[in-house]
Ligand binder design. Structure first.
Ligand SMILES: NS(=O)(=O)c1ccc2oc(=S)[nH]c2c1
Ligand SMILES: [Zn+2]
Length: 265
C-alpha cells in the first residue's frame, strides 16, 4: 500500500488497512474537546501546572517528511517535561505541526467542534521507565503513558517573533524529504505562553500511523498567535506529490468510555 498521507487515496479513512487500531482502538486521538453537557471535560482541582525545562536548542534538524515539518534536536538535548497530570519526567523528542489550507480548519483537536488553523505538537517520552530507553522503543512499548504530547492551538493574529526562525525556514524545506540543519539556537520556551496552567488532558494515541495508544495528551486552552504570512508559509510546503501539504490533520475520534479532565473551571 502506498505510504499513508492525507489524500483521498491514502488519508485517515484508509489508515485502518495497515493499522487496524484506527477503527478498533478505544483511545484514539485526536478528539473533540467538549466543554459543556454530558460528556464534557471535568474540572480536576488536583491538576497542577505543567513544568517544562527547555534550554535553547543548539543543534537540530528541521525536516519536511512529506506529511509535516518537524524540528528534531540532537539526541543530547536535555529538555524535559514534568508536572501537570504526569507522575514521571519526560524527555523532549521533537515538535511538528498540523495545519489546513484556510483559517477555518487545520487543528487536530477541536473545542466544541471548532477547529483552529493549526496545532503545534511537542512530543516527549517517559525517560524514567524501566521498559524502554528511547523514543522509538517507547512508541512500541504498549505502555499507556509512554509518551506525552503537549498540544497548542495556533490562531491568526500578530506575527509570532519566537516562531519566526521556524516559519522563515519553511521555504528551505519546501520539497518532501528535504531537511536543513537548524542555524543557530532556538528558544522553544519563548514560543509558549508564560503560564502552562490551563489545559485539557486525556489518554489517547498518536494521531498518525502507527496510531499507538500510548499518549498522555495535554492540550492547552490558550492559543498561540501567528500572522497570516506565517500561516501561508506552512501552506507552501510540498507533500512529495507536487502538491502542498494542506490538511495534515486527522478528524476527531470517538471518546468511548474515556473522560477528559480540565485543569481550569
Ligand atoms: N501527531 S502526534 O500524535 O503528536 C505524533 C507524535 C509522535 C509520532 O511518532 C510517530 S511514528 N507518529 C507520531 C505522531
Ligand atoms: Zn502531531
Amino acid at each position: 500500500m502506498a505510504p499513508w498521507g492525507y489524500s483521498k487515496e491514502n488519508g485517515p479513512a484508509t489508515w485502518h488497512k495497515d493499522c487496524p487500531i484506527a477503527n478498533t482502538g478505544v483511545r484514539q486521538s485526536p478528539i473533540d474537546l467538549i466543554t459543556t453537557g454530558q460528556t464534557c471535560a471535568k474540572y480536576d482541582s488536583n491538576l497542577k501546572p505543567v513544568i517544562v525545562s527547555y534550554p535553547a536548542f543548539s543543534e537540530a534538524t528541521f525536516l519536511n517528511n512529506g506529511h509535516s515539518v518537524q524540528f528534531q534536536p540532537s539526541a543530547g538535548n536535555l529538555s524535559e517535561l514534568s508536572g501537570g497530570p504526569l507522575t514521571k519526567k519526560y524527555k523532549f523528542e521533537q515538535f511538528h505541526f498540523h495545519w489546513g489550507n484556510n483559517d477555518s480548519e487545520g487543528s487536530e483537536h477541536r473545542v466544541n467542534g471548532k477547529m483552529y488553523p493549526a496545532e503545534l505538537h511537542l512530543v516527549h517520552w517517559n525517560s524514567e521507565s524501566p521498559n524502554f530507553s528511547s523514543f522509538q522503543e517507547a512508541v512500541g512499548s504498549n505502555d499507556p503513558h509512554a509518551l506525552c504530547v503537549l498540544g497548542f492551538f495556533l490562531k491568526v493574529g500578530a506575527e509570532n517573533a519566537s516562531l519566526k526562525p521556524i516559519t522563515d525556514l519553511l521555504s528551505k524545506v519546501k520539497n518532501a524529504g528535504s531537511s536543513v540543519s537548524f542555524p543557530g539556537k532556538f528558544d522553544l520556551k519563548a514560543v509558549l505562553p508564560e503560564t502552562l496552567t490551563d489545559y485539557y488532558t486525556y489518554d489517547g494515541s498518536l494521531t498518525t500511523p502507527p496510531l499507538a495508544e500510548c499518549v498522555k495528551w495535554i492540550v492547552f486552552k490558550e492559543p498561540i498567535e501567528v500572522s497570516t504570512a506565517q500561516m501561508e508559509a506552512f501552506r507552501a510546503v510540498d507533500d512529495g506529490h507536487g502538491k502542498p501539504i494542506t490538511g495534515n490533520y486527522r478528524p476527531p475520534c470517538p471518546l468511548h468510555t474515556r473522560t477528559v479532565a480540565a485543569s481550569f473551571k
